[in-house]
Design a protein around this ligand. Structure first.
Ligand SMILES: Cc1ncc(COP(=O)(O)O)c(C=O)c1O
Length: 381
């Protein structure tokens, strides 16, 4: 009954632990405002939900489905790429549907990592890159995104690390900082991956939660590059667990081999409904982005209560807040949690160094930000 040694190297998922604590406290009558997790509160497009239910009665809807996704879903993904990013990945060879993009992080890692292989992971960044690397037997090597470089790494400084590593994770529109994808930098990244012969795994789940949408596939040609996208954030379908990876056919093939040994296709109505979402007009993205922009103003007010400043550029569904010099994000998050029953994410969960930051999400109804402000104002006075 002794778990694998590698399990002791990763912590329980921070949010899972905190959510359990909140559930315990709420049982005793507490009411939390949860501003930590990027879990969209807005509904998915109604026509997508209608399509889901309509497809439940299709012949064969409840059987196992094609291991690597329905051809019609992959074609819809290719249309989505053409329309929003001006690039045309081949649906037959360059696109792999996933049960959420997070699962693809695991499948790609299992497909490419032998014991001890090194993987470059950005900090601050999504914690799954490092923990999944360990679970797949690899060794994460952290590198820094530099505030002074608009949260981009210094690629020259990365050269010696990249020479020894097999995969490099990058993510723009960036989480947690909100930094949009800079097209010039995407091109530099692609040549870097080519020169260093390293797999560039470009994570792009917030691709249209921004006014500066970009896909690395636009620049990648035959480079060893794959991009991950998600239905979770662009379409408010986080619980549906749908996403995909797209890019170099060899990487897609190797990853699909792991996936189809671990899973057996995605529920047919989910894929058919997702096709409807992928074909939605720009109006869909404009209206959700207007809501996030409005909420961001409210979060700026919250941040000003402790002298914090929100990252003002970019997209995503968070504010990455720089605290006044000497203030600890962990202490602030604890104080808000236990004193005001407001749950925010300390910067350190995205990398130990970032204790001078907290992240607040834009994914609760507007009135809860007002309520959070009230709690801070009335409970402190
Ligand atoms: C940067 C980043 N990558 C990947 C994911 C996973 O998204 P999905 O819901 O598609 O698994 C998230 C979710 O929060 C994320 O923030």
């Amino acid at each position: 009954m002794k778990p694998a040694r590698k399990l002791s190297r990763i912590g329980d998922y921070y949010f899972a632990r905190k959510r359990e604590e909140i559930a315990r406290m709420e049982k005793d009558g507490e009411k939390f405002i949860s501003l930590a997790i990027g879990n969209p509160d807005l509904p998915p497009p109604p026509e997508v939900v209608d399509e889901l239910t309509a497809r439940l009665g299709d012949p064969g809807a409840h059987r196992y489905q094609a291991y690597s996704g329905l051809p019609s879903f992959k074609e819809a993904i290719a249309r989505f790429y053409r329309r929003h990013f001006g690039v045309s990945p081949d649906p037959a060879t360059a696109i792999l549907p996933l049960m959420g993009s997070k699962s693809g992080i695991m499948w790609l890692s299992l497909a490419y990592l032998d014991p001890g292989d090194k993987v470059l992971v950005p900090e601050p960044g999504y914690m799954a890159y490092g923990s999944v690397t360990i679970l797949a037997g690899g060794e994460p090597v952290a590198f820094e995104l530099e505030p002074a470089r608009r949260w981009q790494p210094d690629l020259d400084r990365l050269t010696p690390l990249a020479d020894e590593a097999k995969i490099m994770w990058m993510n723009y529109t960036n989480m947690p900082t909100g930094t949009p994808a800079d097209r010039g930098f995407l091109k530099e990244l692609v040549s870097f991956a080519k020169d260093k012969d390293i797999i560039l795994a470009f994570d792009n789940p917030y691709s249209l939660i921004t006014d500066q949408a970009a896909s690395i596939l636009k620049f990648s040609e035959d480079a060893p590059v794959v991009e991950f996208q998600s239905m979770s954030k662009n379409f408010n379908m986080a619980g549906w667990r749908l996403g995909w990876m797209a890019g170099h056919p060899e990487i897609i093939r190797a990853t699909a081999k792991v996936q189809n040994n671990a899973e057996s296709g995605i529920f047919y109505p989910l894929q058919k409904a997702a096709e409807v979402a992928l074909d939605l007009s720009d109006e869909w993205f404009e209206q959700i982005n207007r809501i996030y922009a409005r909420r961001k103003e409210k979060v700026k007010k919250l941040a000003s209560r402790f002298g914090g400043t929100c990252s003002t550029e970019g997209g995503g569904m968070f504010c990455w807040i720089h605290l006044p010099e000497g203030m600890s994000g962990e202490r602030l998050a604890d104080e808000w949690f236990y004193k005001y029953r407001i749950f925010i994410a300390p910067g350190t969960i995205f990398g130990k160094k970032w204790d001078n930051y907290v992240r607040i999400s834009l994914t609760v109804p507007d009135d809860l930000y007002d309520e959070a402000l009230r709690r801070l104002d009335t409970w402190t006075s």
